[in-house]
Design a protein around this ligand. Structure first.
Ligand code: ATP
Length: 359
C-alpha cells in the first residue's frame, strides 16, 4: 500500500513508554490529523515517522517501503518526507525563491530545472509574485506558505505538519486552514498533521487519530468521533462530551436501546449488539439537553454557573442524582435563569459508550 503504514509501534525512553503499540494506515492522498492532549506522544510519533527517533518495537513503512524497525533506520533524507514546522525556520538572509531552492541546492539540482521547480512550488502556494522578497517583509501566513513551498519543491511522498498554526493569531489561523485545505485538494499530497487543536483537526482532516498516554484511542472521521466515540476519553476530549451513568433496559434494535438516565426513560443510540450490562455510560452533547418543566419527563438539578455568550448563555448544571457530574447546555435569549436556581432538564438522546475501551 502507498501512503503510510504503522504497525504495533512502541517507543520507550528509559523506563517511560511514549508510544504504546500504535497501529494506523494513511491512504495515499489522505489528510490525517493526529490529535491529543499535551504529552500524549504526537511529536514522538512525528519524529519516528520522519526518522529522527529510533523505534523500540514495531514497523513504519512509507510508500510501501519499510523505513523503521528496531533494527532498521532509513536516514531522514532518504524517506522522501517534507516537514512544515510551527516556526517556519526560513533563512533570513535569502530571498523567498532562494529559501525554496535550498533543498534542491543541497541535493545538487541546478540550473533551469531548479528554477522551474521553485517557480512551480511558489505558484502552488500562490506566492509567485513574491519570489524576490526577503522573509522579513512577509506576514506570518506568507512565511508559512514559503515553508510549505520549500517542503513541496523536493516532491515528498508524505508531508508532516507539526502544529503549523500554533504561532498565528486567530484570524490568520482561519485563513491558513483554508489555504491548507485548498493546497491538499490541488496537490493530493498525503498529509499527517499534528495538532492539539480539535477545531483545526476537524476542519482539515479526512480522518483523525486521537491519542492519549502514547496509545491510539480511536481513528475515525470527524463525524464518527463526534457521534460515535469509542471510549470515555474520546467522548470527553471531542467537543466536551458529558458522561452520565446509564441503566440499559433493552437490547440494541436498529442502532438504539431503551435506557434510563438519572431516572428519566430515554432512547439512546448504540453500537450493534449492545444491551443490558453493568457500568454503562452515555455520552451526551449540549444539544441533547433542554430545559423543561416539572410536569414533563426529565431530571432535576441545580444551576452552578451561567455565562452569557451573546444570544445564548452557557448554563452549568449539577444533576441532583449525580452532583459530581457538571452538565452544560446553551440557553437562547431571553435569559431568566440564574446561578443557584433549581432546574429540570430533559435528555433527548445520546450515544452509549461501547463496552470495553473500544480500541
Ligand atoms: N527524549 C525524550 N526523553 C524522555 N522522555 C521523552 C523524550 N521525548 C519525549 N518524551 C516524553 O514522552 C511523552 C510524549 O512526548 P511528546 O513530545 O511526543 O508529546 P506531545 O503529544 O507532542 O506533547 P505536546 O503537545 O506538549 O508537544 C512526554 O511525556 C515526554 O516527556
Amino acid at each position: 500500500m502507498e501512503g503510510l503504514t504503522i504497525r504495533n509501534l512502541s517507543k520507550t525512553f528509559g523506563g517511560f513508554t511514549a508510544l504504546d503499540d500504535v497501529s494506523l494506515d494513511v491512504a495515499e492522498g489522505e489528510f490525517l490529523a493526529v490529535l491529543g492532549p499535551s504529552g500524549c506522544g504526537k511529536t514522538t510519533l512525528l519524529r519516528a515517522i520522519a526518522g529522527f527517533e529510533s523505534v523500540s518495537a514495531g514497523e513504519i513503512a512509507i510508500g510501501g517501503k519499510v523505513v523503521s524497525t528496531p533494527t532498521l533506520e532509513v536516514p531522514p533524507n532518504q524517506r522522501r518526507i517534507g516537514i512544515v514546522f510551527q516556526n517556519y525556520a526560513l533563512w533570513p538572509h535569502m530571498t523567498v525563491a532562494q529559501n525554496v531552492a535550498y533543498p534542491l541546492r543541497v541535493t545538487g539540482v541546478s540550473g533551469a530545472d531548479r528554477d522551474r521547480r521553485v517557480r512551480e512550488a511558489l505558484a502552488l502556494v500562490d506566492l509567485g509574485e513574491m519570489a524576490d522578497r526577503s522573509p522579513a517583509s512577509l506576514s506570518g501566513g506568507q512565511r508559512q506558505r514559503v515553508a510549505l513551498a520549500r517542503c513541496l519543491v523536493a516532491e515528498p511522498s508524505l508531508v508532516l505538519f507539526d502544529e503549523p498554526l500554533a504561532n498565528l493569531d486567530v484570524h490568520l489561523r482561519a485563513s491558513m486552514e483554508d489555504e491548507f485545505r485548498a493546497f491538499h485538494e490541488r496537490t493530493g499530497t498525503t498529509i499527517v498533521y499534528i495538532t492539539h487543536d480539535q477545531a483545526e483537526a476537524m476542519a482539515l482532516a479526512d480522518r483523525i487519530a486521537v491519542m492519549d498516554h502514547g496509545r491510539l484511542m480511536q481513528l475515525d472521521t470527524p463525524q464518527a468521533l463526534y457521534h460515535r466515540p469509542a471510549n470515555p476519553m474520546v467522548a470527553s476530549f471531542i467537543s466536551q462530551g458529558m458522561m452520565l451513568p446509564t441503566k440499559i433496559e433493552s437490547r440494541a434494535i436498529e442502532g438504539a436501546c431503551q435506557a434510563n438516565v438519572l431516572g428519566q426513560p430515554v432512547v439512546l443510540r448504540c453500537a450493534p449488539g449492545d444491551g443490558p450490562r453493568a457500568n454503562a455510560t452515555v455520552c451526551v452533547r449540549a444539544g441533547d439537553l433542554r430545559v423543561t418543566t416539572v410536569d414533563q419527563p426529565g431530571f432535576d438539578g441545580v444551576v452552578r454557573r451561567t455565562v452569557y455568550q451573546g444570544g445564548v448563555a452557557r448554563l452549568e448544571i449539577a444533576p441532583d442524582a449525580a452532583p459530581e457530574v457538571l452538565l452544560h447546555l446553551e440557553q437562547p435569549d431571553p435569559q431568566s435563569i440564574a446561578s443557584g436556581d433549581p432546574i429540570r432538564l430533559c435528555l433527548t438522546g445520546g450515544w452509549l459508550i461501547p463496552a470495553g475501551d473500544g480500541r
